[in-house]
Design a binder for this molecule. Sequence first.
Ligand code: DAH
Length: 365
Amino acid sequence: MSGPNSSFDPVEVAALSEEEVSRAVDAATAAFAAAATLEELKQARIDHAGDRSALALANREIGALPPQARKDAGQRVGRARGQVNQALAARQEVLEAEHEERMLAEETVDVTLPTTRRPRGARHPITLQSELIADIFVAMGWEIAEGPVVEAEWLNFDALNLGPDHPARTMQDTFWTEPADRHVVLRTQTSPVQARTMLTRQPPIYVACPGRVFRTDEYDATHSPMFHQVEGLVVDEGISMAHLKGSLDHLAARLFGEGIDTRFRPSYFPFTEPSAEVDVRCFVCRGVGSDACRTCRGEGWIEWGGCGVVNPRVLTACGVDPERYSGFAFGMGIDRSFMFRHGLEDLRPLFEGDVRFSAAFGTEI
Ligand code: DAH
C-alpha cells in the first residue's frame, strides 16, 4: 500500500488561493474596462469568464478538496465569479448603449440634403389630352387618321376650296418652305388630313386627326407658332348637321363633364357649307354666364372651334360623289381645350418643356 501523497496538499491548491482568485478578478475587470467595443468585450469574456478562464479552471479543482476547504474555496470562487459576471454585465450595458448611440448618429438621414436622384420624365399634358380625345372617338367607332406636318400647298389649301386668290388664304399666316416653287408649307390646320383621307379611301369615312399645326403667330400668352388641333371628318350617306351637333355634344360631355353641350354660331369656312363656329357650354358656371366666372368671362360659353357640312366642291376635288354622299367636318384647338379645362391663362408653359409643369398634371411616368 502506498501512503498518502505528501507533496499534494489539497487545502493548498495554488489556483484557489485568495491572491490568485483576486488576481483573476482584477485581471477580468481590467480586461472588461479596457474593452472598447462589444467585439473586444466578447473576447475578454471568453478569456476571463469562459470555460477555460482561470476562475473556471480553479472552480474545477474545488471538488477534490476536503469538506471545510471545499466550502471556503467554493465561497471564494463563487463570489469572485459573481463579481466578474457583474463587471461584465455592467461593461456590456455601457458598450451597448454607446453602440446604439453611434448607430443612431451614423444612420441619421438628413432629409434636407440635395438628392442625386434624377427626376423621371413626365408625359406631356398635350400628348395625354390628344390621346384622351382620340379615345373618345375610337369609342364611337371612328378611326384615327394622320398626315404629315410638312404638307403640299394644294392639300392644305386648294383641295379645301381655298383657291390661290381666296381671301381666307392670307388669313392663315403660313410658313412656306423653300424653294417657294415647290409649293410646300408647314400645315396651317389639320384639315388637309380630310383631303388625304378622302383621296385614299372610299366612304363611309369616320376619322379624327389630332396633330400639330403651324402659323407665323407671335409667341405670347395666347398664341404660339406651333399648336395642336383635332380634326374630325365624317362622309357617309344621309349625313347632316344634326349628326355633327350630336358628335360635338358627345365630345364636349366626355371632355368637360356630363350635361356640357355645344352651340353653333353662323360663320364661314371655304371647306364647309353651311359653316359654324362652335362654342362649348362653360363647364364652370354651366352656361349661366355669371360675371364672376373667370373661365368664360361671364359669357356662359367658350369658343371652341369651327365646323360645318363638307362643301360639295371639296368632296368633288377629293373624288367623292356629292350626289351620293354628304359629310360634316370640324376642327378645334387641343391646347385651347386643355387651357380652359385646367384654368390655364398662359399657354407658354405648354411649349417650354419644364417637366415640373407636366408632372403637376399628374402625368409622371
Ligand atoms: N381648319 C379650321 C381652322 O384652322 C378649323 C375648321 C373649321 C376645321 C371648319 C374644319 C371645319 O374641319 O369644318 O381654323
